[in-house]
Design a protein around this ligand. Structure first.
Ligand code: HEC
Ligand code: HEC
Length: 300
């Protein structure tokens, strides 16, 4: 009996040791990954300061690229996820107030953060949707910076971001895209503008910088990898998903958050931003979505 107990204890002890070693290994590896820096792209960038650029920038920040969705409406920053086992994730203060990071950034530094997902110290930013923002034209990323420089200072200290054991394990498995610079064409120095018009081409651009991050590059919809279980999967926006919509239905969905059958869209769909879009923008996006290849739901 005693012998059985002894072997059992050795067995359990061994198991505990293996688990502990795995956790220590996971933390050592992911701490290394999180602290790693990458070379900054070297191309020059300077933003305009004229009133037209500032106005375009405000529309991009609030309606099209939707920075406010994470960095909050006053751009003073806020908590995105507060679950210590998973992650405490904070979108920082983008103003010149106390706790804000804007004053420490040059125009080129901001272009790197937005389009390349790299902080001014070379750290790889977490979660910033740079894989989509890399498609922002030089004019538009310049306009965003021009607007940020005019925003009223907000005094709000950031909460330190902490990546917990679950997010680390998911990242190690390859199921959680943590780093913003993955999939970015770093060699690309310049992105030409798409003429602003109610064309398929401009609709494609609007989708790249404002919809595909959630609905998927193919617009087939499905769960955003690594998001908490209570986040609903974005819908299929190809003809198999919204083929029954009319243009009026589409506009109503994006302005009021209501489907043609009267059901409400979950607040993860950013209606406070999309309701600010113009008739021209709705038309361009609608024309583009109609050209998409039908996809099965979930094939994002
Ligand atoms: C999906 C959420 C999300 C959206 C949308 C988003 N950001 Fe961020 N952003 C973050 C998070 C989270 C961080 C902090 C990342 C880190 O510290 O590793 C961040 C960091 C930044 C930084 C670097 C700040 C620093 O501390 O060095 C800048 C600059 C920035 N964002 C600008 C923007 C702009 C401009 C837009 C819109 C074009 C935008 N972000 C849209 C989540 C977001
Ligand atoms: C932050 C993530 C996010 C972004 C960005 C986003 N969506 Fe959505 N969208 C969602 C989610 C989640 C749903 C599903 C909501 C639900 O299940 O109630 C949805 C639903 C929809 C629907 C309803 C379709 C249906 O009948 O089920 C339409 C239309 C739509 N989105 C269009 C767009 C367009 C166009 C854009 C870009 C301008 C966009 N979305 C950007 C998350 C997003």
């Amino acid at each position: 009996m005693q012998r059985v107990l002894k072997y059992l204890l050795i067995g359990v002890g061994g198991l505990v040791t293996v688990v502990l070693l795995a956790v220590v290994g996971l933390y050592a590896w992911s701490n290394g990954e999180l602290a790693a820096t990458v070379p900054q792209p070297t191309h020059a960038f300077s933003a305009p300061t004229d009133a037209a650029a500032v106005a375009r920038g405000e529309h991009l920040v609030r309606a099209l690229a939707k920075c406010v969705d994470c960095h909050t409406q006053d751009l003073g920053g806020g908590t995105m996820i507060d679950d210590p086992a998973f992650a405490v994730l904070y979108a920082p203060n983008l103003t010149t107030g106390r706790g804000g990071m804007l004053s420490g950034y040059s125009d080129a530094g901001l272009e790197r953060a937005i389009r390349h997902g790299i902080a001014r110290d070379g750290r790889r930013l977490l979660v910033m949707p740079s894989a989509e923002y890399q498609f922002l034209s030089d004019d538009d990323v310049g306009a965003i910076i021009a607007y940020l420089r005019t925003v009223a200072p907000v005094d709000r200290d950031p909460v330190p971001t902490k990546i917990g054991p679950i997010a680390r394990a998911l990242h190690a498995k390859g199921d959680l895209p943590l780093f913003a610079d993955v999939g970015v064409r770093h060699a690309e120095e310049s992105v030409p503008s798409v003429p602003i018009d109610s064309t398929v081409e401009y609709g494609k651009y609007l989708g790249e910088i404002g919809c595909s991050g959630c609905h998927g590059a193919t617009y087939g919809g499905g769960k955003i990898p690594g998001t908490p279980p209570d986040w609903p999967p974005p819908s299929n926006l190809t003809p198999t998903g919204i083929g029954h919509y009319s243009f009026a239905d589409f506009q109503r969905a994006l302005r009021e958050g209501v489907r043609p059958d009267g059901s409400n869209l979950h607040p993860l769909m950013p209606i406070p931003a999309t309701k600010l879009m113009t008739e021209l923008e709705f038309t361009a996006l609608w024309k583009y979505l109609r050209t998409l290849e039908p996809r099965e739901f979930g094939t994002r």
